[in-house]
Structures are given as C-alpha cells and as structure tokens.
Design a protein around this ligand. Structure first.
Ligand SMILES: NC(=O)C1=CN([C@@H]2O[C@H](COP(=O)(O)OP(=O)(O)OC[C@H]3O[C@@H](n4cnc5c(N)ncnc54)[C@H](O)[C@@H]3O)[C@@H](O)[C@H]2O)C=CC1
Ligand SMILES: O=C([O-])CC(=O)C(=O)O
Length: 262
C-alpha cells in the first residue's frame, strides 16, 4: 500500500515515523508551496514532495490528511474523487456544512472517507450505542495553557494568569469544532459517531497543573452509560496535539489493508 500524507507538520511526521516502524511506506507528501523546501529536506529522495494534487494522487493508494481544516477543505474532495481512500485528522472541518457535503459527495463515487477516533477513545461504543438511541453525550477537554495559545481561547481567558483548571468555553460540538480548529477535532469525530454536531455538548478548559491533554467523554442512552478519560501525552513538536492522534491514523490506514480487522 502506497501511503500519501497531506500536510507534513507535527502529526504528519509522527504518523510517518510510526507507520514505517509498523512496516508501512510513505510514497508522497502534499504540502503548501511555501513549505516544500523544508519538507523536502526532512524526507528521503524516494518520497515525492509536491504541491500538485494530481501528481500526489498518482503516487498513492491511500491518503492521510494532517493539514488542518483549510487543507482538508481544499484537497479532500479532489483526492476522494480520484478514487483514493482518505483518512482525516482535521475532522472538525466537517462541522462546516458545505465542507461536509463536498466530502460526502466525493466519497459517494470515489474513495472512502475514514474518520478515526484520533486522540479520543470510545467512538466504537458511541457509534454502536447510537442504534438504540443516545440521550446525552458530553465531551470535556482539559489542556495546558500553552496548548491554547494562538487560538480563540486567548480572547476568552487570560492564559498567563490562570492558576487552576478553568472552563472558558461551553457550547455544541459544531461551535467548538469551528472555533477551535486545532484543538477540537476529536469532538467532531465523537459527534459524527454519536449524537451529531448540535446535541453533543462540549466544555473546554485551561489547566496550568497538567502537561498532558485530558479528554473526557460521557454518554447516556438506551445502552446504559459510558464514562471515560484519556490522559494523552502530547507531541514535542506541537503541545496542542496528542501522540494518540497519529497512532490512531496509523491504525486506520493499516486496517484498510487488513483481512482481519480489530
Ligand atoms: N483528530 C485528532 O485527534 C486531531 C486532529 N488534529 C488536526 O490535525 C492537524 C495537524 O496537526 P499538527 O500536525 O499537529 O499541526 P501542524 O501545524 O504541526 O502541521 C500542519 C501542517 O499542515 C501543513 N498545511 C497547512 N495547510 C496546508 C495545505 N493547504 N496543503 C498542504 N499542507 C498544508 C502546514 O504547512 C503544516 O506543515 C491540526 O490542524 C488539526 O486540524 C490535531 C490533533 C488531534
Ligand atoms: O490531540 C488532541 O489532544 C486533540 C486535538 O488537538 C483535537 O481534537 O484537535
């Protein structure tokens, strides 16, 4: 299986490293023109590094998006339309209805759109439980103040002055995913698996006492109750992103080529 990566930042590099440890092969990277030279220097010459979507599509069987909401919106429909299965990290982009519609339409006749759990857990149970009816789904994210820097949180809370875990946002999964494109993708995945973007409720917290990303998911429905917490180690290259996220992408890609799927 020839694997391509769209967007080679912290997640793309971690994904490649783990995939290759697991025996997979990255054959191409699709990047922005402005970052091609830097990306080229980080990769062996056998890997195509390009900003040309057609050349990228010709070089891969499966693509993994690690490029942020804009990257998924720009390239996702075209890659799917070329018949290539696409595993996405920037799931929150689907909170924008036209983007979701474009991706679903392209997947209808093209490659499969795969939405992994990313840094969260329990999406299998949530998705299964939905069939019997879900009454309540709540997600809470708790990250160190530095993980909220450069985001809308800076206009909602004084990240330098926060001394204890503090909620600075409460709303729907749609509002969270659109307002926090680098930090609230997991809740979009939970919403798509479970109760949908409106009914899934979200709280976001800054916590100066943690260096990990703490994801909490609670659900109630006909199936019973679910309550779980992931205390996720972050990537050195990006404290916003949990190591579990690229690991989840690797699992999703390898499962596409397996006869026995766990
Ligand atoms: N599902 C999940 O659990 C998680 C999802 N994410 C998503 O993954 C994305 C990537 O995360 P990181 O690698 O940590 O961020 P990063 O900022 O380190 O890397 C993003 C990379 O994408 C590239 N890029 C941006 N626009 C592009 C475009 N139009 N075409 C090609 N490349 C483009 C950038 O140059 C950069 O190299 C985040 O923005 C977020 O949307 C992040 C964490 C967890
Ligand atoms: O990696 C994480 O902890 C989750 C994250 O940033 C996201 O969902 O966008």
């Amino acid at each position: 299986m020839k694997v391509g990566i769209i967007g080679y930042g912290a997640m793309g590099a971690a994904f490649r490293s783990v995939l290759e440890d697991e025996g997979g092969k990255v054959t191409a990277v699709l990047g922005r023109a402005s970052s091609l030279a830097r990306t080229r220097a980080e990769l062996p010459t056998s890997v195509l590094v390009t900003d040309d979507v057609a050349a990228f599509c010709a070089a891969v069987d499966v693509a993994v998006e690690c490029a942020g909401h804009e990257g998924l919106r720009l390239h996702g429909p075209r890659v799917l339309a070329a018949g290539i299965d696409l595993v996405v990290a920037s799931v929150g982009a689907l909170a924008d209805a036209p983007t979701e519609a474009a991706l679903r339409a392209a997947a209808e006749t093209g490659g499969r759109l795969v939405i992994p759990a990313g840094a969260l857990a329990g999406l299998d149970a949530l998705s299964a439980a939905r069939a019997a009816g879900l009454e309540e789904v709540r997600y809470t994210s708790r990250k160190a103040p530095r993980a909220w820097r450069g985001t809308k949180a800076e206009t909602m809370i004084d990240l330098d002055a926060v001394t204890q875990a503090t909620v600075f946002f409460e709303g729907s999964a749609r509002e969270a995913a659109l307002a926090f494109p680098q930090n609230a993708n997991v809740v979009a995945a939970a919403a798509l698996a479970g109760a949908g973007f409106e009914a899934t409720r979200v709280a976001l917290m800054a916590d100066p006492q943690t260096s990990a990303n703490r994801h909490q998911l609670e659900a109630r429905g006909a199936f019973g109750e679910l309550s779980l917490q992931v205390l996720a180690r972050t990537l050195e290259a990006n404290p916003k992103t949990s190591l579990l996220a690229p690991l989840s992408l690797v699992r999703a890609v390898l499962n596409l080529g397996r006869k026995v799927i766990v």
